[in-house]
Ligand binder design. Structure first.
Ligand code: FE
Length: 151
């Protein structure tokens, strides 16, 4: 069932596509998460234990969201970050579904649901951006960039 966020459905997005097009471009799981705000099962996503250097982009529109530098092991089964690459890349909104008071994180560019953010992060930011792997697309750092060479 589609979750309607009152008052936010009319927001004009830089990337807007008809629902049918999203269905064609995304995998069924990605569609359910990005467009219907479902949550992937913990410990099933491909980026939970990814420790490679690089960037995490929105799987819906390619918007650069998180750097591997911001990633930490939260033990929750979902890839977790302490801050977005650029604050404006994401949009936060209150989510009172499932009898919980949470803060939803969506991609500002396409409106895709990414996950939630919590205030129990272990680093200086105090934030834990709890993301769905399938909402993200990992882009490895270029091999010729300084600091990425392995010995
Ligand atoms: Fe996006």
């Amino acid at each position: 069932m589609r979750k309607v966020h009152a008052g936010t459905e009319e927001v004009a997005r830089e990337v807007q596509k008809p629902d049918e097009q999203w269905r064609q471009e995304l995998t069924p799981l990605q569609y359910n998460v990005l467009r219907e705000a479902h949550t992937e099962r913990p410990f099933t996503g491909e980026y939970v234990n990814n420790h490679a250097d690089g960037s995490y982009r929105c799987a819906g529109c390619g918007n650069k969201l998180f750097s591997s530098d911001a990633k930490f092991d939260s033990g929750t089964g979902w890839p977790s970050f302490d801050e977005p690459t650029v604050a404006e890349a994401v949009e936060l909104r209150s989510d009172n579904s499932l009898f919980m008071r949470r803060t939803e994180v969506v991609c500002r560019r396409c409106g895709g649901h990414l996950g939630h953010v919590f205030n129990d992060g272990p680093t200086r930011t105090g934030k834990r951006y709890c993301m769905n792997s399938c909402s993200l697309s990992f882009e490895p750092a270029a091999a010729d960039q300084p600091g990425t060479a392995s010995g």
